[in-house]
Design a protein around this ligand. Structure first.
Ligand code: PLP
Length: 394
């Protein structure tokens, strides 16, 4: 049987096999990995989670192991609504909040209920590779609009909206994956203005909000235009990615439709994990956890930036200088091909993610690459960049 002849046309958008393969190669024990976007394992709150786990069955009994509500464990939705109000200025009712199996599950459900084949969907340039694939599976016309250090460029967005009837805009405003850039407050206001003018719905994907190491928080787009923004958050980077807890905030009718789209896929997010996450928030453990991990990640970010300065200053390479998150983006001269360099880098025991993965049009991004600083100590980061610089400057 020829599998290719059986595959649906939309399967062409699934490149996760390629990226998983790449990350697997990058995870060899002796390779210094700047590739994976996961938080550092030794920075997950294991002791706190162990403690909560011990208490949970005792307090809740076996009911905690039953099927639960598709929209999410009610006490967790309440805690999230409180948290969003207090920390992010998002005033939402508990019925406007749903819990998903990681934010990826929420993005998929939102795309499923909103995108028809041929609809125009605007994303940043570059943007998160799994979102390109998730959105792509619903066969829209994906338009990657020019972005700079302040985020998506409003004039370019306006242009895209004039050329075609844009239905949806997908943005990652804080410490973007892959560039590490943050959309400025002014830009957020402009983006919302353009979106309102052209009747565009916005998906605000914000899993890195809490990982700010420098400066003050910037109000989410959701605060600026609650009626047109679906806010998607995640506890993956600040609690546990393996627990798979994400959430979405939308006007109630839309929120319920997103829940219905999720329900037919996984019924609900892991109930036990939701109860653990709820206790984590209710016991006030998130703030001290962030206070512990923030300075460590900040030190690593600085370590990476210092190493780039040391080994790549006075070369045609330039890089972003994020205020938070887990990533730095490196741009090379037009002739540079990061995909070609990838295997050479692996041989020299260092890895990264080639830039092309962050573009819908795979011919773009070849001269760029994403570096994650989350999983290496400062000394290893310096060694990794020294090895990488040797390859890049050859
Ligand atoms: C921008 C962005 N959105 C969504 C996700 C998915 O995260 P989750 O683990 O919550 O599904 C990630 C994970 O790396 C991400 O970087």
């Amino acid at each position: 049987m020829s599998l290719a002849s059986k595959l649906a046309k939309r399967a062409v958008h699934i490149r996760s096999g390629a990226i998983s393969q790449l990350l697997k190669l990058a995870a060899q024990a002796d390779t210094l990995s700047l590739a994976g976007g996961h938080p550092a394992t030794d920075m997950l709150p294991a002791e706190e989670i162990e403690e909560i786990g011990k208490d949970l069955l005792g307090t809740h009994g076996p009911g905690i192991l039953q099927y639960g509500e598709s929209k999410g464990y009610f006490p967790l939705r309440e805690s999230l609504a409180d948290y969003l109000r207090e920390k992010k200025g998002i005033s939402c009712h508990v019925e406007e909040v749903g819990v998903s199996s990681g934010s990826q599950n929420a993005i998929d459900a939102i795309a499923k209920i909103l995108i028809d084949p041929g609809d125009s969907v605007v994303v940043e340039s570059p943007t998160f590779f799994y979102s390109i694939q998730t959105l792509g599976l619903y066969e829209p016309d994906i338009v990657q609009v020019a972005s700079d250090e302040c985020g998506i460029i409003p004039d370019a967005l306006e242009d895209a909206c004039r050329k075609t009837r844009v239905k949806l805009l997908y943005v990652i405003p804080c410490f973007q994956n892959p560039t590490g850039r943050t959309t400025s407050f002014e830009r957020r206001k402009d983006i919302v203005t353009v979106a309102k003018k052209h009747d565009v719905l916005i998906i605000e994907d914000d899993p890195y909000f809490e990982l700010r190491y420098v400066g003050d928080n910037i109000l989410p787009l959701k605060v600026l235009a609650p009626e047109i923004v679906v806010y998607v958050g995640s506890l993956s980077k600040v609690f546990s990615p393996g627990m798979r807890i994400g959430y979405y905030v939308a006007p109630e009718e839309l929120c319920d439709l997103v829940t219905a789209a999720r329900q037919v896929v996984d019924i609900h997010a892991n109930g036990y994990a939701q109860a653990v996450a709820c206790e984590f928030l209710r016991r006030g453990l998130l703030e001290p956890h962030l206070a512990r991990i923030g300075p460590i990640y900040h030190g690593r970010l600085n370590g990476l930036l210092d190493a780039l300065e040391q080994f790549l200053a006075d070369t045609p390479f330039s890089w972003t200088r994020p205020d938070g998150g887990l990533f730095v983006w490196l741009d090379g001269p037009p002739s540079f091909d990061s995909t070609e360099c990838y295997f050479e880098a692996l041989e020299r025991k260092v890895s990264f993610v080639p830039g092309e993965f962050f573009f819908f049009d795979r011919t773009r991004g070849k001269n760029s690459l994403r570096l994650s600083f989350a999983n290496l100590c400062q000394k290893s980061l310096a060694t990794a960049i020294e090895r990488l610089a040797d390859i890049l400057t050859e």
